[in-house]
Design a protein around this ligand. Sequence first.
Ligand SMILES: C[C@H](O)[C@H](O)[C@H]1CNC2=NC(N)=NC(=O)C2=N1
Length: 81
Amino acid sequence: MTDLPEGWTREGEEITRAFRFADFSEAWGFMSRVALLAERADHHPDWRNVWNLVEIRLTTHDAQGLTPKDLALAAAINDLI
Ligand SMILES: C[C@H](O)[C@H](O)[C@H]1CNC2=NC(N)=NC(=O)C2=N1
């Protein structure tokens, strides 16, 4: 699992990417769109929001490690921006 979607970094059994927006409203709008993707995929992010910053971590808790589901969600998240 070496080919990560653009901008994502592997940290142990997680991949992570930070997204910065103009303001909180833009960040929250992005999070809403990610939430819809996550529900549709039944695959959910570990994430943190501070004003205009959204930090996302993806791993597959059921498998206790990275799976193709993480890469697919990361790619879908990238397509939102
Ligand atoms: C029951 C339900 O399908 C599972 O708990 C799903 C939900 N969302 C999930 N999200 C993530 N990131 N990892 C999981 O293993 C996972 N499992």
